[in-house]
Design a protein around this ligand. Structure first.
Ligand SMILES: O=C(O)CCC(=O)C(=O)O
Ligand SMILES: [Fe+2]
Length: 231
């Protein structure tokens, strides 16, 4: 996945492939905590998404909506399918301690917070597919975005940072990372990724597989009408 902050996004002088990092670049408000969805939970979510929305259909994006109050209520994300509510609860729990309290609270509001509309987008990418650099719609979505990667990942690259999105990893965009940087995924068949899980050692080429991502966003008031004009 990648992010560009105003600067020219030119090719390298020497035509060397950009190396995607395995750790988050120093962009304020971008968090890529060292947590991974448990394999069983991830497999279950992927299977349900494929069965319910993608298999046998020529579709690569699904939007779902839920009403969300607090992680402390049973109905967090009410209206979303159960497996996404389970995922939200897991995220609320696991992200605590990896995010500043304020950011965690923005994503998972306290008990007495007013209800809000939460959108989940499921994106399916086949090898070679990506998403052009963009800022998530300013008039539709509020601050605080969570992305979960299922399957081998494309790099997120920004000013130009390249971040390799590991399988079952979680990413949070807030503040500068949400508003001042674009992000995207190059449509490639394989990624050149810094070596080893710790990023030490020689970089390696890693083939893309099919990747599902699930992103959660807050809809701004009045933005729950899909198909309206974009900003
Ligand atoms: O698939 C992803 O991880 C990112 C998708 C994205 O940037 C978007 O839907 O706005
Ligand atoms: Fe996006």
């Amino acid at each position: 996945m990648y992010a560009v902050n105003g600067a020219e996004d030119g090719d390298s002088l020497f035509d060397e492939p950009q190396i995607a990092m395995r750790t988050a670049p120093p962009i304020p408000g971008l968090f890529v905590p060292p947590i991974r969805l448990p394999l069983e939970l991830a497999n279950d979510i992927v299977q349900q998404c494929m069965n319910l929305y993608f298999d046998g259909r020529d579709v690569n994006q699904i939007m779902l909506f839920g009403r969300t109050a607090s992680e402390h209520n049973q109905n967090m994300g009410g209206g979303l399918p159960t497996f996404l509510i389970t995922l939200l609860h897991w995220l609320a729990e696991m992200l605590r301690g990896h995010l500043p309290e304020k950011v965690h609270e923005m994503l998972f509001p306290p008990k007495d917070a007013p209800q809000r509309a939460r959108q989940a987008i499921l994106n399916l990418y086949h090898p070679g597919e990506g998403i052009s650099p963009h800022v998530d719609l300013l008039r539709r979505f509020d601050d605080g975005i969570i992305g979960v990667s299922f399957g081998k990942a494309g790099p997120l690259d920004r000013n130009h940072w390249d971040l390799y999105l590991e399988e079952r990893s979680v990413l949070v965009l807030s503040g500068d990372a949400r508003y001042d940087w674009t992000h995207g995924i190059d449509g490639k068949q394989k990624d050149f990724v810094s070596g080893g899980m710790d990023g030490q050692g020689e970089p390696d080429w890693i083939d893309r597989g099919t990747r599902l991502s699930i992103t959660f966003r807050w809809l701004l008031p009045g933005a729950d009408i899909v198909g309206g004009p974009d900003p």
